[in-house]
Design a protein around this ligand. Structure first.
Ligand SMILES: Nc1ncnc2c1ncn2[C@@H]1O[C@H](COP(=O)(O)OP(=O)(O)OP(=O)(O)O)[C@@H](O)[C@H]1O
Length: 256
């Protein structure tokens, strides 16, 4: 199957400091790829550069559109990049407050991404919003409540509904369960696993938690100091890590 995304020799520097350096990978339709590494290893820089939220210092990101045409993401105008983010991509932030509009209702948070695609029928929008709230295990009776009154876990589930309602082909997620209680994390990871399978989503997810990678990702990239030190099947990396840094990461998880 042809790739959906091709990342080639991607680097992003902050002045003289390396964010990420010379990263290459392909992502295929329906594949969830995890980027793991300790704090400061360059995971978020890589994700944001691939998702065109940061300009690369060098290298390229190519994306295959629904019509089969390859887009050179970095060469797009700002308007075309926004169209791509609206119509084909989704982004789930670590802090749901960054990805939600807190002063509008839960229903509006879900529906407005559809409105941005041109859907205008109020009762249809409300029906879809209700069904997505149910899908992410939020009581649809809370459709008119503002997310400020929701728990952190509920806010994150709402952000997931808001992101997935437009049926994106590719989703970027930055530590979507970090900062939540362990039981809340488990519920969200379970939900993500189910939705990714049901929708056949392709996704790139940043996590510092190898257990999250094990649960969700067939393939994993391990980063250290902005560079990829190991990449391959998640189970293989976790069961038989080849690079000393990965061995350290895996063993520190096993001993904590
Ligand atoms: N805006 C910035 N300005 C300068 N340096 C930055 C900036 N953002 C990140 N960096 C540096 O780039 C490197 C990679 O940081 P990045 O945040 O991508 O790592 P990370 O693995 O996502 O870490 P964390 O898990 O803590 O978010 C670090 O050395 C960091 O200090």
């Amino acid at each position: 199957m042809s790739a959906l995304l091709k990342v080639r020799n991607l680097s992003r520097h902050y002045g003289t400091r390396i964010g990420c350096e010379d990263v290459s990978f392909d992502l295929h339709p329906g594949e969830l790829l995890c980027i793991v590494g300790e704090s400061g290893s360059g995971k978020s820089t890589l994700l944001n550069t691939v998702a065109a939220q940061l300009a690369p210092t060098s290298g390229s990101v190519s994306y295959r559109q629904r019509d089969g045409q390859w887009l050179s993401v970095n060469a797009l105008s700002e308007a075309d990049r926004r169209r791509l983010a609206r119509e084909e991509w989704g982004f789930v932030t670590q802090n749901p407050r960054d990805g939600l509009r807190l002063n509008v209702s839960a229903g509006a948070n879900v529906a407005e991404r559809l409105m941005a695609l041109g859907m205008r029928n109020y009762s249809q929008l409300r029906g879809i919003a209700r069904s997505w709230l149910e899908r992410v295990e939020i009581d649809p009776e809370r459709i008119d409540d503002a997310p400020t009154g929701f728990s952190g876990g509920m806010q994150q589930r709402l952000q997931i509904a808001r992101t997935l309602v437009t049926q994106p082909r590719l989703v970027f997620m930055d530590e979507p369960t970090a900062g939540l209680d362990v039981s809340v994390q488990a519920r969200i990871l379970d939900l993500l696993r189910r939705l990714v399978n049901e929708l056949g989503l392709a996704a790139v997810m940043v996590t510092h938690d190898l257990a999250v990678a094990r649960l969700l990702a067939a393939r994993t990239i391990v980063m250290q100091g902005g560079r990829v030190v190991e990449t391959g099947l998640t189970d293989q990396i976790l069961d038989d890590p080849q690079h000393p840094y990965t061995q350290l990461l895996v063993s520190s998880v096993l001993t904590t």
